[in-house]
Design a protein around this ligand. Structure first.
Ligand code: N01
Length: 545
């Protein structure tokens, strides 16, 4: 695929390129597009047999983005954003996947993407200042730059429940859904997990299955997505104003154009607060998070929003006991587990063929050959088990690769007590290794495409600077990194995230993982400003040599 592929570096099997990008999701595809345009020879290595990352793997029924499609898209080509038509307010997985595939073909990117190439190790060779990258099937690559675009919610996780292997029915993970789809009609289906994936999937499974059992450990807040077909006037408006709207998105905390209320909750009366929550419920999805500027810092405002949502659950769900079991506990501040955005979620529990199994009363004891047994001795006979149990989030995909920097330093060892980065983009001891949209960035609190583009632009400019000035390496300084880690933690400590630690933001869902808050809560706007300042001050906090 890459020009001069035959060029050999000592080791006969090593293919030489300027940059290896690991992962062909939205970030990796964007990196390829930008780096290639500045004349860098890039090769993207993708573990799976298709392009699209998250949107390739998470093809479970109901998978849909919770950021508006017009916002959740690349900004790098005016023609692309004019030509592409999104059919719904929130794009489905299928449509986003079709979009990524369109981008790859439109810009002739496919020839530099190698599929079925799972990277198992990336080792920095100090003698030649290059990264030696190896795949599972033995391919080797040598690159000056290595970009990890492996995603923060991509290392799927099946819980360690006794007996999972013994189950004689069919099992699926939402993030590893068969390409050909799954027919669940007539089946007794058990879904474990009620996060974003589970709550999107459950209403659609209920429509197909003979009976659905939802195994719920922690009830989460699920807002109605309020998805609908694309409004042609809105589309026209966006297409007329795309550059301004993209700019505006970058000037917000969350990197998109969802309306934020600048007022603090207590700036208004209780009645006005209620009206605002109602308005946000109607706006749908994540809009509730922007009801008030202090929803994640003022516990009383947050608790009111939580009570409002609980009241809605009570109104929607017919059976009072089921409604009660669906209520998120009071100690879970709204949004400190990522808010879910669903369609007909609570309504689904009014169906005769749906049973909520409350694992807070009796946890799962074992998966048996015929189903699931809970601690109270109940046996649930199942044909299918769906694991909607999430990911080894934020760091999992990076640490599943054996990454070694200067002096053989292992990234797994370096991050054993939690991720350590400077600006989320580099880590000390690992020259020319760039991490895209990973931990200690606003990624998961923002519009991921926007975050990916912000990083890709920064890395692209950085590489251009190194090339132009004939600089071999860039590396984050340890003191700058320590200061960034402290800053990330300090900002989080001022929010309700610090009190509600039962989430993947804290690594709480992965056994043995350190309880460290991993995202950056400072916002896209502030983060972008910091990235710009660092460059303006001659890559402050980095060593270039
Ligand atoms: O994963 P999760 P997800 N026994 O970790 C439960 C993004 N996303 O795939 O909360 C029983 O959130 C676990 O219970 P608990 C989005 O950022 C976005 O749903 O740990 N249950 C939880 O209910 C999201 O936050 C979109 O007590 C077990 C569930 O499994 C992130 O991806 C759509 C268990 C896991 O929820 C992850 O979402 C989908 C066990 N042993 C995903 N182990 C949109 O854009 C785990 N659970 C809308």
């Amino acid at each position: 695929a890459v020009e001069n592929r035959a060029q050999i570096l000592g080791d006969e099997a090593a293919q030489v390129v300027d940059a290896v990008v690991v992962g062909a999701g939205l970030a990796g595809v964007s990196a390829l597009y930008h780096l290639r345009r500045q004349g860098i020879r890039v090769l993207v290595l993708e573990a799976s047999d298709g392009i699209g990352g998250t949107w390739y793997h998470n093809r479970y029924p109901g998978a849909r983005c919770d950021i508006e499609s017009l916002d959740y898209s690349y900004s790098f080509s005016e023609e692309l954003q004019q030509d592409w038509h999104w059919s719904e307010r929130y794009a489905s997985q299928q449509e986003i996947l079709a979009y990524v595939q369109h981008v790859v073909d439109r810009f002739d990117l496919r020839k530099d993407i190698e599929l079925n190439a799972r990277v198992v190790s990336a080792v920095f060779d100090e003698t030649d200042g290059r990264w030696a990258v190896r795949t599972e099937n033995g391919q080797q690559f040598s690159a000056k730059y290595c970009l990890l675009a492996t995603g923060v919610l991509s290392a799927a996780q099946v819980p360690q429940i006794r007996g999972t292997e013994s189950f004689q029915g069919r099992s699926y993970h939402t993030a590893d859904w068969p390409t050909e789809g799954v027919d669940l009609s007539g089946d007794r289906v058990g879904v474990i997990g009620t996060g974003s994936s589970g709550t999107q999937l459950i209403p659609l499974v209920a429509e197909q299955a003979a009976h659905l059992y939802v195994f719920q450990r922690t009830p989460n807040f699920v807002m109605p997505a309020q998805n609908r077909p694309m409004d042609p006037d809105l589309e026209r408006h966006w297409k007329e104003h795309y550059p301004e709207l993209r700019k505006k998105a970058r000037a917000t905390r969350n990197g998109h154009n969802q309306i934020s209320n600048p007022l603090r909750g207590k700036d208004v009366s209780p009645e006005e607060r209620r009206a605002e929550f109602e308005r946000r419920w109607e706006l749908g999805g994540l809009y509730m998070m922007r009801a008030f500027a202090d929803i994640l810092t003022d516990p009383e405002v947050n608790a009111e929003a939580g009570d409002f949502a609980r009241e809605k659950i009570r109104q929607i769900v017919d059976d009072p006991a089921t409604a009660e079991a669906l209520m998120p506990p009071r100690e879970l501040a709204l949004g400190t587990k990522r808010l879910c955005s669903g369609t007909n979620y609570y309504e689904t529990y009014n169906r005769d063929n749906v049973t909520l199994v409350n694992l807070r009363e009796a946890p799962i004891e074992a998966v048996t050959p015929t189903g699931i047994r809970t601690a109270d001795g109940s046996e649930y006979e199942l044909d299918v088990i769906v694991y909607a149990t999430g990911f080894d989030a934020m760091t999992g995909s990076f640490l599943r690769i054996d990454v070694r920097g200067r002096g053989g330093l292992s990234l797994r060892e370096k991050w054993q007590h939690g991720p350590r980065t400077y600006l989320g983009v580099m880590t000390h001891g690992f020259p020319n290794l760039f991490i895209l949209a990973g931990p200690q960035t606003p990624s998961v609190f923002s519009n991921m495409v926007n975050q990916a583009e912000i990083h890709v632009e920064w890395v692209n400019e950085c590489i251009a600077h190194l090339e132009k000035n004939e600089i071999d390496t860039i590396e984050a300084n340890e003191d700058a990194e320590n200061a960034w880690v402290d800053h990330v933690n300090e900002l989080a400590s001022r929010t309700l995230y610090a009190q509600s630690r039962n989430s993947w933001f804290w690594g709480a869902n992965t056994p043995g993982k350190p309880r460290v808050f991993m995202p950056y809560v400072g916002g896209i706007d502030r983060y972008l400003q910091k990235l710009g300042e660092v460059v303006a001050h001659g890559y402050e906090g980095f060593t270039l040599r």
